[in-house]
Design a binder for this molecule. Structure first.
Ligand code: BG6
Length: 477
């Protein structure tokens, strides 16, 4: 009988710009998310050109992980974490992205964080790009439109892999680059968080700009994979994709095909990284759209040489594809419609545990690579009870249901899934809305959107639940 491995990587996942704060300390330069204001479920974040007086920029303080990482890691260790996925903020290492020398204080910060994890036998999984692009690369070089940014990225990757060589076994080249694609419904938010550019302000053929940026990031990812293995042959390289499986509205073949096409758009970069070549169908689609991607012979070699060792998947929800004449339905985050069979979170994200099993099966059958779930969790409003504790049974219920589907995917469907990293094991700033109110953590952080709170940490009920789950390696799921 197939079982979850004894060394299954139970843990959590965090991102620098959502929790470190200290945005002007330790030689850090300004990065794109430092210009993202606080929004809410109903008010979109704004991305300002300068830091405007009187506006709130949540990344500036985050939850102050920069100063409190030891305390936070100790709490993760208390839960028994086997792994923590962190991201490195590029702007701490090369404050302007194009600096001739790296910033030593930034390197040391991440060396210290990794050492602290290793002290507790927590396996660090390190993401090299989680929406943290130095702003100078946007203003001076036009961001990922420009191939020079690939070279700056590789230079930064080389610096960090050398600095952490022998300590980090799992690298992640990019987080969720799939949200830039000329065929998905483009929004300011996704082009901004990935590239520091608002879709509405892109000049020229916008579709072409998106295609080129997606292509250049893919190229950067495969070149980084090769480079990382050259520097540290013992390490494994993955890339993390945020996938929202898309269901058809019904069995009308038109809707089934429509759903397939919507879901498929998120996979071409995975195809490149797993198959070693840029898919021909994609190049033909671009040609039909009048887009010249400018692929060179050298690029082709890079695709062939930069295949992944494992795949990371972020899973939050599923979507239902739109259909002809159905424009009136309530929209989901990715432009589809709400699924009447599912409950949804306060932020409108459909809660679908079986979707996780579906995604694991779909991806494993397609590529055959080991998979790690790099993000999954529930953003909810947490209230502190009269006893001073958050009783988050809704979060426990969400995780319990998702994890039992993951377990079935491994034990019954034989998917090679080697870890589960819950998103936001400590409350942190929401990426899409910039709120603190949207909390994911096992650990409560006393910080509120109105600026109050002393940043103290406390354990929610789910903290003890996850600790027990890890201790028993999911036996009771
Ligand atoms: C993922 C991102 O797509 O979604 C994370 O990688 C993000 O950075 C997470 O935090 C959840 O989104 P949100 O908006 O609820 O923080």
């Amino acid at each position: 009988m197939t079982k979850l491995a004894n060394d299954f990587l139970w843990g959590g996942s965090i991102a620098a710009h959502q929790l470190e704060g200290a945005w002007q300390e330790g030689g850090k330069g300004p990065a794109i998310m430092d210009f993202a204001t606080a929004g809410s479920a109903t008010t979109a974040r704004e991305y300002t050109k300068t830091i405007e007086a009187g506006r709130k920029y949540p990344s500036h303080e985050g939850i102050d992980f920069y100063h409190r990482y030891k305390e936070d890691i100790q709490l993760f260790a208390e839960m028994g974490f086997k792994s923590l996925r962190i991201s490195i903020d590029w702007s701490r290492i090369y404050p302007n992205g194009d600096d001739p020398e790296p910033n030593q204080a930034g390197i040391e910060f991440y060396q210290n964080v990794v050492d602290e994890l290793l002290k507790y036998n927590i396996e660090p999984i390190v993401t090299l790009y989680h929406f943290e692009l130095p702003m100078n690369l946007v203003t001076q070089y036009d961001s990922w439109k420009n191939r020079k940014v690939i070279d700056f990225y590789l230079n930064y990757v080389e610096t960090m892999v050398k600095a952490l060589k022998g300590k980090v076994n799992y690298w992640v080249t990019f987080n969720e680059m799939n949200h830039i694609d000329p065929q998905t419904e483009a929004s300011d938010m996704f082009t901004y968080i990935l590239a520091g550019l608002k879709y509405s302000e892109l000049e020229g053929n916008k579709k072409e700009v998106l295609a080129v940026m997606g292509y250049n990031m893919t190229l950067a990812g495969v070149k980084a994979a090769k480079l990382i293995r050259q520097i540290d042959p013992a390490s494994k390289v993955g890339c993390v994709f945020g996938i929202t499986p898309t269901y058809p509205l019904n069995c009308d073949p038109v809707n089934v095909l429509n759903a397939f096409k919507e879901m498929d758009r998120d996979f071409y970069q995975i195809d490149v990284m797993c198959n070693g070549e840029f898919p021909k169908y994609k190049l033909k689609e671009y040609a039909d759209m009048g887009i010249n991607i400018g692929m060179t012979e050298e690029d082709k070699q890079a695709f062939a040489a930069g295949k992944l060792d494992y795949l990371g998947m972020n899973y939050y929800m599923t979507d239902v594809a739109r259909y002809e004449g159905g424009e009136e339905e309530e929209e989901s985050l990715f432009g589809g419609i709400q699924n009447p069979y599912l409950e949804k979170s306060k932020w409108g994200w459909g809660i679908d545990p079986i979707g996780l099993r579906y995604l694991l099966n779909y991806t494993y059958r397609r590529y055959g690579l080991p998979i790690i779930i790099c993000e999954n969790g529930l953003g909810a409003v947490d209230e502190i009870g009269p006893d001073g504790v958050v009783h988050d049974d809704y979060r426990i219920d969400f995780l319990q249901k998702h994890l039992s589907e993951l377990k079935k995917a491994v034990e019954e469907d034989k998917v090679d899934c080697f870890g589960y990293l819950m998103w936001g094991p400590i409350d942190l700033v929401s990426a899409t809305t910039g709120e603190m109110k949207k909390r994911y953590g096992f650990i409560y952080v006393d910080k509120h959107d109105d600026g109050t709170g002393d940043l103290s940490r406390s354990r929610k009920d789910s903290f003890y639940w996850y600790k027990h789950l890890i201790e028993t390696n999911g036996e009771e799921l």
